[in-house]
Design a protein around this ligand. Structure first.
Ligand code: KIV
Length: 262
């Protein structure tokens, strides 16, 4: 299984790697087989699985079974559970209690949380001190979208503040850091400053790793964001397949003799 030490070694060797989101067993099995070292059960499940407008409504109770499905389905990938909005902001004890649930009830190998407030940094220390690897997340942190005033590039006005926040998270003990919608030169600077791996999404190609939301990467999302590359068009494939199935049923050609029992 991929470990956080393996990821640190990849950074030392200058080898880039990929992370994908996954919310259930089928994609987890496929991405694991494809050799994706880290799968994130993101709270992006909100707008990619549950039909929410954004990540904010997602609850621990909703995410636990998704993480369990992904953890049960991988052989190699490290599974990271996103801590939902409202499940860690009160402080280290709440963050620890929530993370323990993800570890015991869903088999997560690590957790991710957003931001670098004083409270968050204390929580990271508490989790790491309890044996729970933590991934950080800076830049556009979707759980704070209303505070940030929308899904906008972050760090243009005060790049130094983002660098300091990244350094503080590293000092608190995160094993990797997601940088979302950050100008590419700034993301590269942060990557060169830190000794832990950075994982970019809309942060240019100067980071150590890249993450995409799988439904954006493989064409299920109707309008994927600019930052995503579409590797397949699964929406069209499924649409065509569903229409073909309906037609075969309507014209009586499904099921055939060979698809039936005597
Ligand atoms: O929830 C999520 O999918 C994420 C990624 C975009 C990094 O946080």
């Amino acid at each position: 299984m991929t470990t956080i030490k393996d990821l640190a070694d990849l950074k030392k060797r200058g080898q880039k790697w990929a992370m994908l989101t996954s919310y259930e067993m089928m994609t987890a099995e496929i991405f694991d087989e494809a050799g994706i070292p880290v799968l994130l059960v993101g709270d992006s499940a909100g707008n990619n699985f549950f039909g929410d407008a954004n990540t904010i409504p997602v609850t621990v109770e909703e995410l636990l079974p998704l993480v369990r499905a992904v953890s049960r389905s991988v052989k190699q990938s490290l599974v990271v559970a996103d801590l939902p909005f409202g499940s860690y902001e009160s402080g280290p004890e709440q963050a620890l209690a929530t993370s323990i649930r993800f570890f015991k009830e869903s088999g997560a190998h690590a957790v991710k949380l957003e931001g670098a407030t004083t409270t968050t940094l204390e929580s990271v220390k508490r989790l790491v001190g309890s044996g729970i690897p933590v991934m950080g997340h800076l830049g556009l942190t979707p759980q704070s979208v209303h505070q940030l005033g929308g899904f906008k590039v972050q760090g243009r006005e005060n790049p130094e503040a983002l660098i300091e926040a990244a350094k503080a998270l590293e000092a608190a003990g995160v094993f990797a850091l997601v940088l979302e919608m950050v100008p590419k030169d700034l993301a590269k600077r942060i990557t060169e400053t830190l000794s832990i791996p950075t994982i970019g999404i809309g942060a240019g190609n100067g980071t150590d790793a890249q993450v995409l939301v799988w439904t954006d990467a493989f064409g299920l999302t109707k309008r994927p964001p600019k930052l995503a590359r579409r590797y397949r068009n699964l929406r069209q494939e499924l649409l065509d397949g569903a229409k073909e199935f309906a037609k075969d049923v309507e014209n009586g050609s499904f099921p055939s003799e060979s698809e039936s029992f005597d």
